[in-house]
Write a protein that binds this ligand. Structure first.
Ligand code: DAH
Length: 339
């Protein structure tokens, strides 16, 4: 019996020595000390040993077991040490490498331009409001004096959600929504995204932004409109800026005008930027049509108002001298970083 245990012990020692990983070491532990291990088998065979010999044999088994356990433990420590060293060697940290830069974002040129416009109008006592991008045909067209079949509806073709619901083609429907709330007087601007079924090119996009303006009060005249927009142009493009009101037509204003500003590049002499004319078109405006006031619940005999609509991208392109609108949407940080 003694020899058998000796042999088992030697065999275990040999296999422990040969183990070059913690997994293999564990396999050895199971093979000798596990439930079906060799040493355990000896213990199970105890019943065949003469009763007087049992204590001695039991002691031998325990001794053999203890020795194997010591060997296992030592080898385990050794292998763990080696594994740790290997890990440390493989995961060297080179503290001399340059650190990863934190990319800090910043506002988009559209946002910068919008905040500038908002600052100017808030300074004149205006409120900033918003309306829905998915809009009823009723607000986008009907209440703005653009009934079914009106040619203006054709010019502003858009994306239809249903027969009565569209992606708004302009921010002007917010005028109707604010007037309908019935709180007068009104001084508001309404910035937001608008949609048209336009092809993408340097000056067009199926989705762009406008800023609507609306003032409704007693005794509002075209002089108020002129003074307000002149002030706006001077604040936005510099104190030397002149404005020119050209007669135009919009269905929801009467009279209507388009506003040009003197070219802030050449001061009006004519250059490449203003295509030689000295003037740059920036917005549409007019006195709110009495019929529109009426449809939105405002008494045109008591109240008058003016409105205007500015293209936000147009302002951003002009202000930052960008010659292609597509650059604003490509999210190329090398471009955006410049503003
Ligand atoms: N909604 C017009 C457009 O998209 C722009 C506009 C013109 C708005 C005149 C106005 C206005 O409020 O008075 O073409």
């Amino acid at each position: 019996m003694k020899e058998k245990l000796q042999r088992i012990q030697e065999e275990a020692a040999k296999r422990i020595q040969e183990s070059d990983s913690l997994e293999k070491l564990n396999e050895v532990r199971v093979a000798f000390l596990g439930k079906k291990g060799e040493l355990t088998a000896v213990l199970k065979g105890m019943k065949d040993v003469a009763p007087e010999d049992r204590p001695k044999v039991g002691q031998w088994v325990n001794e053999a077991r203890a020795e194997i356990e010591v060997l296992l433990e030592e080898t385990k420590k050794k292998l763990e040490g080696e594994a740790l060293e290997k890990k440390l060697r493989e995961e060297v940290i080179d503290v001399t490498l340059p650190a990863k830069k934190m990319e800090v974002g910043h506002r988009h040129p559209n946002t910068i331009a919008l905040e500038e416009v908002e600052r100017i109008f808030i300074g004149m006592g205006y409120e900033v409001v918003e309306g829905p991008e998915v809009e009823y045909d009723l607000y986008n067209f009907e209440k703005l004096n653009i009934p079914d079949g009106h040619p203006a509806k054709d010019e502003q073709d858009t994306f239809y959600i249903s027969k009565d619901i569209v992606l708004r083609t302009q921010t002007s429907p917010v005028q109707a929504r604010v007037m309908e709330q019935g709180k007068l007087p009104i001084r508001m601007i309404a910035p937001g995204r608008v949609f048209r079924s336009d092809e993408v090119d340097a000056t067009h996009s199926p989705s762009f932004h406008q800023i609507e303006g609306l003032v409704v009060d007693k005794h509002i005249t075209f002089a108020d409109l002129k003074g307000t927009l002149e002030e706006f142009a001077k604040e936005l493009f510099g104190p030397e800026t002149k404005t020119k009101f050209r007669p135009h037509h919009f269905p929801f204003t009467e009279p209507s005008a388009e506003v040009d500003v003197s070219c802030f590049k050449c001061g009006g002499k004519g250059c490449r930027f203003c295509k030689g004319s000295g003037w740059i078109e920036i917005l549409g405006c007019g006195m709110v049509h009495p019929h529109v006031l009426e449809m939105c619940g405002v008494d045109p005999n008591e109240y008058t108002g003016f409105a205007f609509g500015v293209g936000l991208e147009r302002i951003a392109l002009l202000k930052y001298e960008i010659d292609d609108m597509r650059l604003l949407y490509e999210n190329d940080t090398r471009f955006l970083r410049q503003f």
